[in-house]
Design a protein. Sequence first.
Length: 94
Amino acid sequence: MTSRLQKRGESPPCSDGIHYHQYAARVAQGLGYTKANGEPTAYLPPGYIYTLGALYRVFGESPVVAWTLNLVLAVGSMALLYVLAMMLSGSNRV
């Protein structure tokens, strides 16, 4: 099954994280948002992929870079949610 999918330029089923890494690595290498065969794609939303690709270009293609980006995004989301909750509740503790 894998070889049939690869001949068509598709990848076998796997974790989303692998797809994000592969696409971001290709962006970091200057190949754009493309599949392994060079064909342009829109398989996943591009915002995260381009952000991760830019960080890969600066810091190298490492899972630590992706984990750090995810941590920053999660903490930022929690902080924004906290501020929103305080604003909606009318609390002065922001």
